[in-house]
Design a protein around this ligand. Sequence first.
Ligand code: ADP
Ligand code: ASP
Ligand code: MG
Length: 464
Amino acid sequence: MSAENTSKIISKFGGTSMGDATCMLRSAEVALQQKSSVVVVSATSGTTNDLILLGQVAEKGKKEDVQVILEKIKQRHLKIASDLNFKDDELSPLQSHLQELEDMARGILLLKDCSLKAKDALMSFGELLSSRLFVKAMSLVLQKNEQTNRHVFWFHAGDILITDNDFSKAKPQVQDMKEKALSLKGAINRSQTGKGDVYITQGFIGKSLDGFTTTLGRGGSDYSAALFAEALEADVLEIWTDVAGIATTDPRITNKAKGISEISFKEASEMAVFGAKVLHPATLLPAMREDIPVFVGSSFDINLGGTWVKRTVDFYPPVRALALRKNQVLLTLTTPEMLYTHGFLYMVFKIFNDHKVSVDSITTSEVSVAMTLDDSTLLNKSLMDELSRLGDLQVEEGLSLVSLIGNDLHKTSGLAKKIFETIPDINVRVICHGASKHNFCFLVDQTKDKEVVQRLHQKFIEEV
Ligand code: ADP
Ligand code: ASP
Ligand code: MG
C-alpha cells in the first residue's frame, strides 16, 4: 500500500499490534513507512480485560485479587518499558498513570462501588499506558531511521474526542471534536507528508464536555481512529491489526477464508454490525460522512497487503462474505391485542428506546413479534419486566446470527433455495431478508454456527 499521493494519514494499531516491545517497534516502523501523522493505539492485548476484572474484584472487596491484578498490569508495562530502554526520567508519565490506577482501584475497594463512570476511568488506563510506551517506540524508530528532526508528541484523546456522558457507550460530539481538532489540524497541514511531527494518542477513550473520562464501548479504538480522521480531515484512515485485511469470513472459522482486496463502505459496515470483529461496528460512519478511504492490514507483515474500504469499488459480487454474531437471544412477544389494532409495535419499541437497547432484526405476524438481540439484554431486568407486561414473552437463548453479506441480495433469485439446500439438516429460526440489499441473515443454534458458516462459505465463496 502506498501513501505517495496522499497527505494526511491516521493509523490505528490494535491490542495485538501493541502486545510487547517487539510488536510496538514493528508497528512504529509501519507508521513511519506509511507516513502517519497521527497514531491511535489500543491497550496492550489483554489489559482492558484485566482492568474490567480489576473493577469487579475491587467492587466485591477482594483486596488480594486487586493486588494481584494491579501487579500483573504493572509488570507487563514495566517489562515493555525496560525492553524499550526507557531512561529513568522517561518513566515518570508511566509511573504516574500506574499510581493513579492503584489509587482508583483502592477507592473502588473502599467504597465497594464501581459505577459505569468509575469503570470508564479505570479502563482508560490501558490505552494511557500503551500510548506512553508507544511514544518511546516511535522515537526509537525515528532515531534508527535518522529522522531525529521529527518530534513525537503524546496527547490525551479526550482533548479532541469529546463525547456525551453516557459512560461505557459514550456518543461522540462531532462538532465539538472538529473545533477541538483545529490547532492539531493546522500543525499537520503545515508539515510535509512524512516529514512532520508524529502525534500519538489513545483509542477507545474520550472526555465528556464536563471533563470526565468516557469510553466508546469494547473494541472502540477503530471508531476513535475514524473519528480523529473525520475531525482532522484525513486523506486515509489505516486500521492495523493481526490479519491482512478483511476476509470472506473470520479466518478463525475456516482457513479457506480469502482476503478481500476492495469492499464498499456499505458492505463492510454490514459485516461489522453483523459480527465481523475486525472492525468496530461504528468505524465506518465517520469515514463515510467524510468519504475517507480506509485500509485494513496486518502490522505483523505489511507486505501481505490488505483491504481497501471505499465508497465505490470495481466489483460488486452478490455474496462477498459471511459474518457470524454469537450470543444472540430471540424474544417472541405474543398477544391477541395485536390483532386489528395499531400502536402495539410502537409500545414495544418505545420500551427498547427508553432502555437504549438496539434490536438487531425483527419479524412480525398478526399476533406476535420476534426480535433478536445480544444476550446481555436478559440482564436488563426492568426492560424484560416491561416487555412481559405487554403479552406472553418467550425467550430462546444460545443462538447465533449467520449473515451473508453482498449486493442486491433482495433481488437475487434462488438465493434462499441455495442457502437452505446447503444446510437442510439445520434448524433455522428467524430469517431476515429484504430489509437490506446487502444482507440476508438467519438464526441458528449456537452449537451449529461454525459448521453453517463453513458450509455456506464453501458453497458461496470457494465454489464460485
Ligand atoms: P485489534 O485488536 O487489532 O482491534 P481484533 O481482534 O479486534 O483486533 O480484530 C481482528 C480479528 O477479527 C482477527 O484476528 C479475526 O479473527 C477477526 N475477524 C472476524 N471476522 C473477520 C473477517 N471477516 N476478516 C478478518 N478478520 C476477522
Ligand atoms: N482496549 C479496548 C478493548 O479492548 C478498545 C480496543 O482495543 O479497541 O475493548
Ligand atoms: Mg478490534
